[in-house]
Every structure is written in structure tokens, then in C-alpha cells.
Design a binder for this molecule. Structure first.
Ligand SMILES: Cc1ncc(COP(=O)(O)O)c(C=O)c1O
Length: 399
């Protein structure tokens, strides 16, 4: 199928269509488990002449299975380019280190994944890259934070774990007028639920570890780009000058598993989103629950924004019980759902953000990020919704 025709396919078809492997005609792409590749005189000369992605050089620089994953990601994310990375954090680090230099400034939402927040708040400051944290749902606050040296606006399409939804179009318009690159992390939504590049975002980072892989068995990441502001070969530039130097390539086996995961992304998410909506509505009426955050609920602070930019509301939700002890008691008493870090798998997983991913962040700062001590974050899996409700109700009855 030619590129144009493939580009016009609908999401479900793009996710499963893989061109046949030229050497074997295999329906599934082969895994190339090689860390190095044999040159001959001609190949050697091509490398000397500056060819990179079209010749296989060394596993840290790229691998055919990883390139195949990049093709599949471009198709489902609507991207012009993709760079696969060892993890979601590698995608974030490579993007930011590739875009920024000493003296640059970032405007970022208060609520992001804890390691992202710490990277911006501590690591990048060591290299004289400063971040102003704001509420990106408040466009005036974003505007006020922009400085002459602002290079990037960064947010999560559905923020971890507050479930905040930032208004993408106004942010993109503001960035456009100021020559700023908009980067967003789409991990909580996944490309099935939300495709930010279609809304004018320049770069999307994904922790493929989560919904894209979908089975809690591998770690991986991806950087996807469609941008008028950046050079067309920007991701190839950062492949060579940043990803290869940091040593953050995606392993071939993980790339192969991710290609497999993409093929069932929409069927998994279709069910997971429906179950999440039912669970959220159930928690909203539960007497032991103080609050529920799910973009599909009318009570969600950015429900109207979510409705205007997301065809689905996702499979992640957060609810709050009276305090951290009660939250721990609930999770310890769940039998069907697992009490576990990470998200996006076939099993429903739960965690307490204040006691787990965000434990190193002082309570005052956590509250500013919208993270309360009694919050429980739920990644909804593929179990029967009634079994899940019974499991949560039994655990909530213990507090
Ligand atoms: C929103 C978000 N972004 C990025 C990451 C980092 O992904 P990885 O663990 O694949 O590095 C996570 C991890 O939980 C996350 O929740």
C-alpha cells in the first residue's frame, strides 16, 4: 500500500496494517536481535559519506525493528517523524535536552509525572535551564509566565495524577505567536484517546510502557513530531546528537512487543474507557469517597475542554478517601485489582500518588500540584466492570 493510501486509513486499520517484510514475506515483522551489523566496502563508504538511518551501523544508533515501531507510531499518532527511546523518561529527557540549551526557559504545568517534575525542577536547573510552573488550564497564567527566553511549553494531555486537561488550542495559539515549541506527554490518554499533533502540538512524548505496550511487560518510549516550527529532520538530529550520546535506544525485543501492542490498542481502550466511566460514576455516589476526577464526569473542572478536544475520556481516574491511611487500607484490601506502580495494562492497577511516585516531593508542593494525601489513582483494565465495583466496594467498606 502506498504512503498516501496508508495515511488515509482510519485508526483501527492503521494500527494493524504492517507492510510485508521484504525478505521473508512474514505477516509479522521479524525481530532483528543484533547489536552490530556487518559492513562491506560500499556500506562503509556510505557511512563515511554521512548516511545514517538507511544503513545499519550499531544497535545504540538504531535497529530495523525499532524503525518498524517508529513507522507504526507515526501512523497512529499522525506524525511526520518518530524517534523510539528506551523508556518514557528517555523520550522526555531526549526531547528536552535536544530542544534546549543553557539560558533557556520552560513553562510547564504544575502537575506532571513526578520524575518529569523533578527533572525540570532539579536536574535541568543544574544546566541553567529554568522552569516556571503554572496551571496550564488557566491560559492567562501561561501567558504571564512567558519570557523572551521561553523555548518550550510543556504539559500532559491528561495530567498524572490530577487528571487535569489543558486547553490545547489556546496554548498552541499562544505558542505560535511567540515562536515557542509545544511539547506534551500523551501517556495517560494514549494515541487512541487523544492525538495532540492534530491540534497543533509540535512534539508528543509517550511512555509506550503503558497503554501502547498494554500488558505491563516491557519499558519503552516514543517521541512523535509534526511541526512547522522545527526542521523536518529535527528528530534525526536529536537521534544522533542526543539519544545516541545519552545511550537511550529502545531494545529490539521491546520494539517488537510494542508493535504487537499497537495492534490491539483500540479494542483494549474502547472497553477500558467504558469501564472507567462506569467506575467513576460509581465512586461519585459512594459515601466513603470525597472526590472523583475523571474527564468524562460533568463535575470534572475541565469537562467542557475535554469534550471539545478528546473523542474519548481515557481509562485513568483518581478518587479520594479521607486520608493516606484509609487509601492504603483500601489498596491493601483489593483482591482483583492490583496495588502496583505503573498503568495501562490489562489488569486494573491502583496506587497512592502521595505515598508512591510523589513521595519525594514535599507535601506543600504536592498540594500545589493537586495531589492530596488520600488520593487513589486507578488505571482501569479489562476485567468485568461489576467484579471491579464489588472489589472496590468490599475494600472501601474496610475504612
Ligand atoms: C505520564 C507519564 N509520563 C512518563 C512516564 C515515564 O514512563 P517510563 O516509566 O516508561 O519511563 C510515566 C510513568 O509512570 C508517566 O506516568
Amino acid at each position: 500500500m502506498d504512503k498516501d493510501k496508508r495515511g488515509k486509513l482510519r485508526f483501527d486499520s492503521k494500527a494493524v496494517y504492517i507492510p510485508p517484510d521484504e525478505a521473508t514475506r512474514a505477516v509479522n515483522p521479524p525481530i532483528v536481535m543484533a547489536s552490530s551489523f556487518q559492513y562491506d566496502r560500499e556500506i562503509f563508504q556510505r557511512i563515511v559519506d554521512g548516511e545514517r538511518k538507511d544503513v545499519n551501523i550499531y544497535g545504540r544508533c538504531g535497529n530495523p525493528t525499532e524503525y518498524q515501531f517508529e513507522e507504526q507510531m507515526m501512523a497512529i499518532e499522525g506524525a511526520d517523524a518518530c524517534l523510539a527511546t528506551a523508556s518514557g523518561m528517555a523520550a522526555i529527557s531526549v526531547t528536552l535536552l535536544g530542544l534546549l540549551k543553557s539560558g533557556d526557559h520552560i513553562v510547564c504545568d504544575w502537575t506532571t509525572y513526578s520524575s518529569t517534575h523533578e527533572m525540570l525542577d532539579h536536574r535541568l536547573t543544574d544546566y541553567n535551564i529554568e522552569t516556571t510552573f503554572v496551571d496550564t488550564a488557566d491560559i492567562d497564567a501561561v501567558k504571564a509566565a512567558i519570557r523572551p527566553n521561553t523555548k518550550v511549553i510543556y504539559f500532559e494531555t491528561i495530567a498524572n495524577p490530577s487528571m487535569k486537561v489543558a486547553p490545547i488550542k489556546p496554548i498552541v495559539n499562544l505558542a505560535e505567536g511567540n515562536g515557542i515549541i509545544v511539547v506534551c506527554d500523551n501517556t495517560f490518554a494514549s494515541p487512541y484517546v487523544m492525538r495532540p499533533l492534530d491540534h497543533g502540538v509540535d512534539i508528543v512524548v509517550e511512555s509506550a510502557t503503558k497503554f501502547i505496550g498494554g500488558h505491563s511487560d516491557i519499558i519503552g518510549g516514543a517521541i512523535c513530531m509534526r511541526s512547522d516550527k522545527l526542521p523536518v529532520d529535527f528528530l534525526e538530529q536529536i537521534r544522533w546528537n542526543t539519544m545516541v550520546k545519552l545511550g537511550a535506544p529502545l531494545a529490539p525485543f521491546n520494539a517488537w512487543m510494542l508493535i504487537r501492542g499497537i495492534q490491539t490498542l483500540s479494542v483494549r481502550l474502547e472497553r477500558q474507557c467504558k469501564t472507567a466511566a462506569k467506575l467513576a460514576a460509581h465512586f461519585e455516589g459512594h459515601k466513603a469517597v470525597k472526590g472523583v476526577w475523571y474527564p468524562g464526569l460533568e463535575s470534572h473542572p475541565q469537562h467542557n475542554i475535554a469534550k471539545s478536544q478528546m473523542p474519548k475520556f481515557g481509562a485513568m481516574l483518581t478518587f479520594e478517601v479521607k486520608d493516606a491511611d484509609a487509601a492504603l487500607k483500601v489498596l491493601d484490601n483489593l483482591e482483583l485489582s492490583c496495588f502496583s506502580a505503573s498503568l495501562g495494562g490489562t489488569r486494573t492497577t491502583t496506587q497512592i500518588p502521595a505515598l508512591m511516585a510523589f513521595l519525594d516531593i514535599p507535601q506543600e508542593e504536592r498540594l500545589e500540584m493537586g495531589i492530596r494525601d488520600g488520593m487513589i489513582r486507578v488505571s482501569v483494565g479489562l476485567e468485568d466492570v461489576d467484579d471491579l465495583i464489588e472489589d472496590f466496594d468490599a475494600a472501601l467498606a474496610k475504612i
